[in-house]
Write a protein that binds this ligand. Structure first.
Ligand SMILES: Cc1cc2nc3c(=O)[nH]c(=O)nc-3n(C[C@H](O)[C@H](O)[C@H](O)COP(=O)(O)OP(=O)(O)OC[C@H]3O[C@@H](n4cnc5c(N)ncnc54)[C@H](O)[C@@H]3O)c2cc1C
Length: 398
C-alpha cells in the first residue's frame, strides 16, 4: 500500500472537486484530488452547459407534486422513474414530496436563489483563471411554451423569479422567432433570460480546469475512495492501493457521495436524477443560445461543432445502464422541432447528484470541520462550482 500525506484531500474530481481544489491551492494549501476516472468526465462533462443563475426554482414544486404520479408513469415525459428502483427510492421520493409542499418550496427557492445570485460573475472569473474565457457565450437563454395555457401557467414562476431579481423578458411568438429564426412557430411564447451565460464545451472546460489545477500544484491520485474515517491526527482515506492521510478532507464525489458521508456519521438523502444527452455534429447549430422547449424537459445547446440535446430526469439510481427508449425519445422529440436532425452522433447518460429539496449540501460534517461535505448540486452543479469552492475555502479558513 502506498502512503500519501497531505493537508487537504478532495474526494472526487468533477467540476465541484476540481473548483474546490484550485481554490484551496490558491489559498496556499497542499491539495490532493482522489479521482478514479478522467477528471471532469462524470456529470460535469455531459450537461447542458448553462450557467443558470435564473434556475432558482427547485425540482419539487406544488405543481409537480399535484402531477407526480402521471408524470412519473409517462415513460416518454420529462420526468420518469425506473420501476425496479422504486423500493430503494422510496425514502428519497417521500422527502421529495414533502419538500414540494408550498412552504418548503418557497423556503427552498429562497435558499437556491441565495446561492445563485453571483453565478455568472463567478464563472467569468474562474474561466479567466483557467484560460477558458473563449468557451463562454453570453447570448442569454430561452424557454419555449407550446401553448397559451402553458405560457399563462408559467406566470407564477415568473413572478417568483422576479422577486429574487432574476432578469426575464416575456416574448410573443413573433419575438421568439426574431431571436431564434430557425425555430418553428410556437403558439404560446417564450421567456428570455438575457443575463444567462453558457459554456460552449463543458468537456473542454473541464479539461482546462484540471490542467489549471495540476499547473497550480494540485496532485491527483487515480483511485476510488472506499473508506474514510477520522484518525488520531486528521483523516484517513483508503483508495485502492493508496492510504491517504490528510489534515482535512472534502467529500465531493457527486452522486456517489452518500456512502462516504454515512461512514463518518452524516446520513444524507442523496440520490441521483439520471439525465441524458444526444449530440448531432454540425458546423452551425440551429439555435444561437440554449433553448428549452419546456414541455419536453430538455435544452437544445449550441456547442462547438455540434448541437447537444440534454436533459430529462429519470429517477433510478446510478448503476443501471442507459435506457434506450429515453435516448430514442430524446432524439425523436428534438426532430419534432428540427426535422432535419438525423440520427445522433453520440449518446450519453449521466448522474445528477440530487437532494430531495434541490439544495446542495455544502457544510462541515457533523463531527467537525476536518471533513467538509460538498455535493448534491442536482441541476445546477456546473453553475454553482465557483461559489461552492468559495464557500469551502471560507469554511476551512474559519
Ligand atoms: C443532462 C444533464 C444536464 C445538466 N445541465 C446542467 C446545466 O446546464 N447547468 C448546470 O449548472 N448543471 C447542469 N447539470 C448538473 C451538473 O452537471 C452537476 O450538478 C455537476 O456536474 C455535479 O458535479 P460533481 O462534481 O458534483 O459531480 P460529477 O461531475 O459527477 O463528479 C463526481 C466525481 O466523483 C468521482 N467519484 C465518485 N465516487 C468516487 C470515489 N469513491 N472516490 C473518488 N472519486 C469518486 C467520479 O468519478 C466523478 O468524476 C446537468 C446534469 C445533467 C445530467
Amino acid at each position: 500500500m502506498s502512503r500519501i500525506s497531505t493537508d487537504v484531500a478532495v474526494i472526487g474530481g468533477g467540476v465541484i472537486g476540481l473548483a474546490i481544489a484550485l481554490r484551496l491551492r490558491a489559498d496556499g494549501r497542499e491539495v490532493v484530488v482522489i479521482e478514479p476516472n478522467e477528471p471532469g468526465s462524470g456529470a460535469s462533462y455531459g450537461n447542458a452547459g448553462t450557467i443558470a443563475d435564473y434556475a432558482v426554482l427547485p425540482v419539487g414544486t406544488p405543481a409537480v407534486l399535484r402531477n407526480l404520479l402521471p408524470l412519473l408513469l409517462d415513460a416518454e415525459g420529462p420526468l420518469s422513474i425506473r420501476a425496479a428502483a422504486l423500493p430503494a427510492l422510496f425514502p428519497w421520493l417521500a422527502r421529495f414530496a414533502y419538500e414540494s409542499l408550498p412552504h418548503r418550496y418557497r423556503d427552498n427557492t429562497r435558499r437556491i436563489a441565495e446561492l445563485l445570485s453571483d453565478a455568472p460573475a463567478a464563472w467569468r472569473e474562474l474561466a479567466a483563471e483557467i484560460g477558458a474565457s473563449d468557451l463562454i457565450s453570453a447570448k442569454g437563454c430561452l424557454y419555449l411554451y407550446n401553448t397559451q395555457k402553458a405560457f399563462r401557467a408559467a406566470s407564477a414562476d415568473v413572478a417568483l423569479r422576479r422577486s429574487y431579481g432574476v432578469a426575464q423578458e416575456l416574448l410573443s411568438p413573433d419575438e421568439v422567432l426574431r431571436l431564434e429564426p430557425r425555430l418553428p412557430p410556437v403558439e404560446g411564447g417564450g421567456l428570455f433570460f438575457p443575463d444567462a451565460i453558457n459554456l460552449v464545451d463543458p468537456g473542454e472546460t473541464m479539461r482546462r480546469l484540471s490542467v489549471a489545477a495540476r499547473s497550480a500544484g494540485v496532485e491527483f491520485v487515480q483511485a476510488s475512495a472506499q473508506a474514510i474515517a477520522r484518525a488520531s491526527a486528521g483523516v484517513r482515506i483508503l483508495a485502492g492501493a493508496f492510504e491517504i492521510g490528510a489534515r482535512v478532507a472534502v467529500i465531493a464525489a457527486g452522486s456517489r457521495s452518500r456512502k462516504l458521508a454515512a461512514q463518518i456519521g452524516d446520513p444524507v438523502r442523496l440520490d441521483t436524477e439520471r439525465g441524458y444527452h444526444v449530440e448531432f455534429d454540425m458546423d452551425t447549430p440551429p439555435v444561437e443560445r440554449p433553448v428549452c422547449p419546456t414541455a419536453h424537459g430538455f435544452y437544445f445547446c449550441p456547442m462547438r461543432g455540434r448541437l447537444r440535446v440534454a436533459g430529462l430526469v429519470e429517477l433510478g439510481g446510478n448503476t443501471a445502464p442507459a435506457n434506450a427508449r429515453r435516448l430514442q425519445s430524446l432524439a425523436a422529440n428534438a426532430r419534432r422541432i428540427f426535422p432535419e436532425l438525423g440520427e445522433p452522433d453520440r449518446r450519453w447518460l449521466g448522474f445528477r447528484p440530487s437532494m430531495p429539496d434541490s439544495v446542495p449540501v455544502i457544510r462541515p460534517s457533523r463531527g467537525g470541520r476536518d471533513i467538509v461535505l460538498a455535493f448534491g448540486h442536482g441541476h445546477i452543479g456546473l453553475t454553482l462550482a465557483p461559489r461552492t469552492a468559495g464557500m469551502v475555502s471560507a469554511l476551512l479558513a474559519a
